[in-house]
Design a protein around this ligand. Sequence first.
Ligand code: SF4
Length: 258
Amino acid sequence: MTPPPPFAKGPRPSGENPSPPEGSAPGDAAGRWMVPIAALQHAVYCLRQAALIHLEQAWAENRFTAEGHQLHITVDIPDARARRGVRRVTALPLVSMRLGLEGVADVVEFHRAPAGSTPAGSAPAGSETPYPVEIKRGKPKPHAADTVQLCAQALCLEEMTGLPVPEGAVYYGETRHRLPVAFTPELRALTLDTLRALRRLFETQATPPAPSRTGRCRACSLIELCRPKAGATSALAWRARTLAARLDSPDGDDETPP
Ligand code: SF4
């Protein structure tokens, strides 16, 4: 998992949209923030995690994130090459102005439709069908974080190319296997529901509390910042309080500045 770009909280004049994140595009067709595609993956895993990363810019590495970086080394470099009739593009920027989504696809393959075979919903014969491939370090998971992220890429590709994108795949480094993912109406609906939940999160700018029970915390790199059992809401506020208390303490006065 690549560290996200900064997604800063900004002043929020009443009645207006929140300030856009620093360094991001000015907004979609409706003037809303552009939502990073990676945020959908975080939101499906844990909405609090999405808030910590994208509202509070909290980030921490663990073994899983470090292994993810290693696996992404080749696909993080923009490149395009063709092999056996399939064009393969890495690090392809994606955007949907209709949905207000943006991100970068690890790999997009462009498969040429066989002449004479144009089943309903597929690309016209002779055209290329985009086929996004997301690279993940682990193995297939019981939740939909990976498939929702991939589906968001498909929605962007459909808008960008005007072509249907019926399927993609997630490649898992641990199993070294590609899992095909069909972009069904159900998966598309879940992706759009997740996007709506993120929009609400960005509009309220309120980090939700930790879910009362989550088996996902052990694998979460943010567990030390999040402190799910402490009932803290904002990791940023907790860090500020801890720092202030430390600076105010008698011990803090004795410390020599670096
Ligand atoms: S530690 Fe648990 S509650 Fe906190 S962000 Fe991670 S998964 Fe969510």
